[in-house]
Design a protein around this ligand. Structure first.
Ligand code: NG1
Length: 389
């Protein structure tokens, strides 16, 4: 008997570099996914291949400890899922054998990695007749993916496991919660690749982890200065600071005590955290332009304070806004990858045409492919289905 797991990628609409600081995010799961077509085997082994020559076939035993393959090897995402399940005490006595394919562009900030982690976990759970609540699995896979070396947050796995058609997802942390928010009729997203890969298993990883460390250091100092009580969960403390309300007062203190770079990182995190709630309200009110303005402010903060944008991402944002997008920003971790623009039915074609003419054609000498620029739909969560005998 064969099975298929389909696990979507995601586009984060707003709330960037907030998840690992315990502040909310607002992504959509998209209609591009990673698929694992597999058969259940009686041995505790994983054997997977991929039609693309870039991804060599691999096999490993489902026995602890599951060792990592070389850095950058795609099997590490599958190993991470297996390791997370085993460490959680899920007995993996049966394995899987199959083929991975996908339509989520790789290293683009669209979360192909978490889609593969989640897909692998769902396949292994199916093989062993185990089910876990989705929130629990999302939190487990977020921890497991850190095995690959990124001190990431929990947005991607939660979005992949909770996607709802035509809805964005407000995801909160500590504890993990997901609330679908209806996307108003006529709102359209355009995702545009900067043509620069953001390899989170390689170069961009150190820059990402450095940001995470800076956020922890900044929080520590500010918390001491404003006398907020230490909580057992470090992550929840940014939330405490932001929900206390007086953002200007908080930033005044932070500017006084923090080294300049730490202040910039801190300012991004707390302002971005507060933008997510405002953006959710704008979405609920159907206010395209208010949502778009918040995206623009998010991008400026990521560019100037968090320093994760690139010239290419800035250029996409500029072209999209000039062509009539209501808002645009880099999406995902940055350092390359993609930008997302908010359009409506009447502007989406114009924005895509402008990006093709002013961003892609000068760089490529031809129009972009459908993997470089596309208009995703908010889509359904990861699922397992039977393919037949
Ligand atoms: P990308 O690089 O977009 O897949 C990473 C993290 C997210 C989040 C964003 C920045 C992982 C798997 N992904 O996502 O948790 O922190 O950066 O907002 O760690």
């Amino acid at each position: 008997m064969s099975w298929r797991v389909t696990a979507p990628g995601r586009v984060n609409l707003i709330g960037e570099h907030t998840d690992y600081n315990g502040l909310p995010v607002l992504p959509i799961a998209i209609d591009r996914d990673i698929r694992v077509d597999f058969q259940i085997v009686d041995d505790p082994v994983v054997r997977l291949d991929n039609p693309s020559a870039r991804f060599a076939p691999f096999a490993f035993q489902l026995k602890r400890p599951i060792e990592a393959a070389d850095q950058g090897d795609w099997s590490n995402y599958v190993r991470a899922a297996a390791r997370g399940l085993l460490e959680h005490g899920v007995p993996l006595e049966r394995g899987i054998e199959g083929t991975v394919t996908g339509s989520v562009p790789i290293a683009s900030g669209l979360s192909s990695s978490s889609a593969l982690v989640v897909a692998s976990a769902l396949a292994l759970l199916k093989a062993n007749g185990v089910t876990l609540p989705r929130l629990q699995l999302a939190a487990l896979m977020a921890r497991a993916e850190r095995f690959v070396g990124l001190e990431g947050g929990g947005m991607d796995q939660a979005a992949c496991l909770h996607g709802v058609e035509r809805h964005a997802l407000r995801i909160e942390f500590d504890p993990l919660r997901v609330t679908p928010v209806r996307v108003p009729e006529g709102w359209r997203w355009v995702v545009a690749s900067s043509l620069v890969r953001a390899e989170k298993s390689a170069g961009a990883r150190d820059a990402y982890n450095e940001r995470a460390r800076q956020c922890r250091d900044a929080l520590e100092e500010v918390r001491d200065a404003v006398g907020v009580e230490r909580t057992p969960s470090q992550e929840s403390s940014y939330r405490g600071l932001v929900s206390a309300g007086d953002l200007d007062g908080l930033l005044r203190v932070a500017r006084r005590i923090l080294a300049p770079v730490l202040f910039l990182r801190f300012r991004h995190v707390v302002t971005e955290g507060s933008r997510v709630a405002l953006a959710e309200q704008a979405m609920r009110d159907g206010d395209l332009h208010r949502f778009g303005d918040l995206m623009v402010r998010s991008h400026e903060s990521l560019r100037d304070d968090y320093e994760v944008s690139t010239g290419e991402l800035d250029a996409i944002v500029e072209v999209a806004l000039e062509a009539g997008a209501a808002g645009a920003r880099l999406t995902g971790a940055g350092f390359g990858g993609c930008a997302v623009a908010l359009c409506d039915d009447s502007t989406v074609a114009r924005v895509m045409a402008a990006l093709a003419a002013r961003f892609y054609e000068p760089r490529l000498g031809r129009p972009p492919t459908g993997d470089m620029m596309f208009a995703p739909k908010a889509s359904v969560r990861a699922r397992v289905e039977r393919l037949g005998d």
